[in-house]
Design a protein around this ligand. Structure first.
Ligand code: NAD
Ligand code: AHE
Ligand code: ZN
Length: 375
């Protein structure tokens, strides 16, 4: 079939909206009509050329929602008409990782996914001239139609609006999951969130759900403060306005009983390795946990004095908030529909596919939280 897609021809250039060819689903695959997709900072990261796994030409996008149009041979868990959210972290429920119950990082198709290919090592997308176009993160939601492995779709309820629940395909689940699944934050905790964008705000709403007492937000863009307060941030720091952000946080978290100070939990939602170091070092001696969510460019490395870990701080990371997509995503959609979590105010811009590059411009300018493309 033919469909319309925004194609990343090469790193560093705007996407090009064009008609592309899409082959139908092979055994174990599903064809999905994408109804809406968010633009995540990770799409920008790959388009910029900073992603060591970035391959071009490719159809980016990994934060979508849509409807199953056709299923390949052997597909049993979904059928045409089902509403689904594509999963860049699939859940096969059979691989050693899924069966371990220790991780959400299903390994069933990770190798081919990282190469921009379907599990059988081929691509379903091509130009009208027949040149191959690669998939991205196993999703390619910047295409009106896409083909996904069955294990990479979560079936969700049909009354949930696509233009909101697409965000559960990455940002919402990542932020809330980092708090609930990865850090396992407890009631009364003191937490710090570095980077108050599309992920950081969801960490904040996760912290509010978990019952954190103190939620300190840190961002170089003061325009992010108001929205973060709306979601539960209790204190704000602009690192540009203070000499030493770590010391500032340590002071803020001291009490008359505890003169050591430091956050119980911190989260990096910037992808900046210097920020990741601050995030670790502002946590409490003996028990502080710092979770890396941000994705850093090729070649970047983290560092700290080993003494920071010797004295009990723990450095962790999380992908997709530790969520098992087919199991957890439908539940998060329910949370949204039941009013337990909010999504609508974070979707600051709605665009057509032809306007998709504007979404990247708004992100660069720090003017958006989430731009959503509606097909
Ligand atoms: P975003 O652009 O919406 O937000 C980033 C925020 O960080 C902005 O508000 C920006 O002003 C702030 N910031 C930048 N540099 C800063 C600094 N030095 N100090 C403090 N604040 C700073 O991006 P996003 O969509 O929220 O994504 C955030 C990061 O999370 C990206 O690196 C993205 O690739 C990554 N990510 C990871 C996962 C995962 O599963 N681990 C999932 C989604 C996104
Ligand atoms: N390809 C990059 C890493 C990118 C990355 O870390 N991706 C996250 C999801 S970001 C979503 O916005 C992830 O899920 N990682 C686990 C995985 O298996 O990719 C690189 O550095 O090579
Ligand atoms: Zn993302």
């Amino acid at each position: 079939m033919r469909t319309r897609a925004a194609v990343a021809i090469e790193a560093g250039n705007p996407l090009e909206v064009m008609e592309v060819n899409l082959e139908g689903p092979r055994p174990g695959e599903v064809l999905v009509e994408i109804k809406a997709t968010g633009i995540c900072h990770t799409d920008e990261f790959t388009l910029s050329g900073a992603d060591p796994e970035g391959r071009f030409p490719a159809i980016l996008g990994h934060e979508g929602a849509g409807v199953v149009v056709e299923v390949g041979e052997g597909v049993k868990s979904v059928r045409p008409g089902d509403h689904v959210i594509p999963l860049y972290t699939p859940e096969c429920r059979e691989c050693p990782s899924c069966l371990s119950r220790k991780t959400n990082l299903c390994t069933a198709i990770r190798d081919t996914q990282g190469q921009g290919l379907m599990p059988d090592g081929t691509t379903r997308f091509s130009t009208l001239d027949g040149d191959p176009i690669l998939h991205y993160m196993g999703c390619s939601t910047f295409s009106n139609h896409t083909v996904l492995p069955e294990i990479a779709v979560a079936k969700v309820r049909e009354d949930a609006p696509f233009d909101k629940i697409c965000y559960i395909g990455c940002g919402v689940t990542t932020g809330i999951g980092a708090v609930i699944n990865t850090a396992k934050v407890e009631i009364g905790a003191k937490a710090v969130v570095f980077g108050l964008g599309g992920i950081g705000l969801n960490v904040i709403q996760g912290l509010r759900l978990a019952g954190a007492d103190m939620i300190i937000g840190v961002d170089v863009n003061p325009a992010k403060k108001a929205m973060a307060e709306r979601f539960g941030m209790t204190h704000f720091i602009n690192p540009k306005d203070c000499e030493n952000v770590v010391q500032e946080i340590v002071e803020m978290t001291k009490t008359p009983f505890d003169r050591i100070g430091g956050a119980d939990y911190s989260f990096d939602c910037t992808g900046n390795v210097k920020v990741m170091r601050d995030a670790l070092e502002c946590t409490h001696r003996g028990w502080g946990v710092s979770v890396i969510i941000g994705v850093a460019p090729a070649g970047a490395e983290i560092s700290t004095r080993p003494f920071q870990l010797v004295t009990g701080r723990v450095w962790k990371g999380t992908a997709f908030g530790g969520a098992r997509g087919r199991t957890d995503v439908p539940q998060i959609v329910d949370w949204y529909m039941d009013g337990k979590i909010e999504i609508d105010p974070m979707i600051t811009h709605r665009l057509s596919l032809d306007e998709i590059n504007k979404g990247f411009d708004l992100m660069h300018a720090g003017e958006s939280i989430r731009s959503v493309v509606i097909y």
